[in-house]
Ligand binder design. Structure first.
Ligand code: 4AD
Ligand code: MG
Length: 429
């Protein structure tokens, strides 16, 4: 389209006549002039519509335009210190494309009302900023893996066996039988490393989590990586570099969005290497903060919040008890009651971002763990095969992208950082 520009490009078009297409953010009129603030996804720009400067029909349409109406405005870009952003569009024509009745979503409404109207609330400046940061997080995850030679691949969403335990599986009808929605691509990635070496996926995972915490979704976005010949320590280095790369990228490129959110991104300035604390040290820390756990318990939400509340940097927790973690983790040869598995926890109370570790490479050890975990080897026949045909030491991890975005934007609830969140009680819009 000739001369149609986006709001963010307005400063470079000073003095030129061009067209803006968007929605009315705010509007007021009086004394033969209409001040309309327009948003178009890239920013907001004030348009001044003067009687006589636009055709009479256009002026009538401007007078009648309401917030959230869609509009096309033609005009000359001019510098104006009083206008938001320092520029304005002096209209030469105004076209009301589609008007909007009073908008049902306003600042200060209850969280559940805002979630019911998520399809409309998405237009808020706050959500626009969060979604742009979220996009930058996804982009920089791909960028990091690409730089490190990990090849992007895909795993199925319909699966026949559990990766993370049967308690959180969604069962779905599948012709004359039933299958599950995937909890993790991991087992498939372990197969894919035998052809590609280092692989990753970015895809949704599903968990029938009954928890109503601020960090659980039933459908979440999962970045998962797996690499042949990697030790647990190699994978921890990959994880911390990935998180640092994402944080550095968004801090550098999303200043405007952080400004809208009122967040100074100093909290994501990461210094490597990150601290590694053992599970036992974490238990002690939790105990001192008043959360008592017994050796063998997984660190729950409360424990994680307690041990990360005062931290300033993310840190790893290592050497989890075997019984607290999934069947595929390699037992530590020096302490076989623990596994070569770790979590990366975000500071300031945010908690778990990743879980990763080294996998069992030996067939006999894997068979024993499958038996101990009371799983049916038939469900894992192809996975077991991977230990029969040229097994290699390997490691991997999964990163909860929504949780990472939550910490980066300092959101209170994970639902705030997902366009259309899915939880136990929320399936629409
Ligand atoms: O810790 P999890 O369950 O680990 C796995 O699924 C491994 N198989 C990953 C792997 O090694 N490839 O999940 C990984 C991450 C968690 O650390 C958390 O950040 C996120 O996924 N996550 C959730 N995020 C939102 N809502 C939920 N219900 C989540 N469950 C896990
Ligand atoms: Mg975990």
């Amino acid at each position: 389209m000739v001369d149609v520009i986006r709001v963010k490009d307005a400063p470079s078009r000073r003095g030129q006549e061009c067209t803006i297409q968007g929605w009315i953010y705010r509007i007021r009129s009086g004394g033969g002039i209409v001040f309309a603030i327009v948003r178009d996804g890239t920013g907001i720009l004030q348009a001044t519509v003067r009687k006589g400067a636009v055709p009479p029909q256009g002026f009538q349409e401007a007078i009648g335009a309401t917030p959230e109406s869609s509009v096309i405005i033609r005009g000359v870009i001019a510098e104006d210190k009083r206008a938001l952003g320092g520029y304005e569009l002096r209209a030469t024509d105004f076209h009301l494309v589609s008007s909007s009745p009073p908008f049902p979503v306003r600042k200060g409404q209850s969280a559940s009302m805002l979630l019911d109207n998520r399809h409309l609330w998405l237009r808020s400046r706050e959500l626009n900023a969060i979604l742009k940061i979220r996009a930058a997080v996804f982009g920089s995850i791909h960028e990091y893996f690409d730089l490190e030679g990990f090849i992007e691949t895909q795993a199925p969403s319909f699966v026949s066996g559990a990766c993370e335990g049967g308690a959180t599986l969604f069962k779905v009808p599948y012709f004359s039988t039933s299958v599950y929605l995937t909890q993790s691509a991991q087992l498939y990635l372990e197969a894919l490393i035998t052809t590609l070496g280092r692989v990753y996926t970015v895809a949704p995972s599903f968990r029938a989590e009954r928890s109503r915490t601020r960090r659980h979704l039933t459908e979440f976005w999962h970045a998962e990586a797996e690499a042949a010949w990697y030790s647990e320590e190699d994978m921890m280095t990959t994880e911390e570099q990935l998180v640092k790369h994402v944080c550095d990228t968004v801090s550098a490129h999303n200043e405007g969005e952080f400004g809208i959110l009122g967040v100074a991104p100093q909290h994501i300035a990461i210094e490597l290497p990150l601290e590694r604390v053992t599970y036992e040290e974490a238990l002690e820390k939790a105990g001192r903060a008043g959360v008592e756990l017994r050796w063998g318990d997984d660190l729950d939400y409360r424990a994680e919040r307690a041990i990360t509340a005062q931290a300033e940097q993310p840190f790893f927790v290592t050497h989890y008890p075997k019984k607290a973690k999934a069947f595929y983790h390699r037992p530590d040869p020096r302490r076989p009651e623990t596994v070569l598995c770790h979590d990366l926890l975000a500071p300031q109370g945010y908690g778990e971002l990743t879980t990763g570790g080294e996998r069992i490479a030996r067939l006999d050890v894997l068979m024993q763990r499958i038996e101990e975990a009371k799983l049916d080897p038939k469900d894992y026949d192809w996975y077991i095969d991977l230990r029969r045909y040229g097994s290699v030491p390997h490691a991997g991890f999964g990163l909860g992208i929504d949780r990472l975005v939550k910490w980066i934007t300092r959101a209170e609830h994970i639902q705030q950082v997902v366009p259309f969140p899915r939880t136990m009680r929320r399936m629409r819009p």
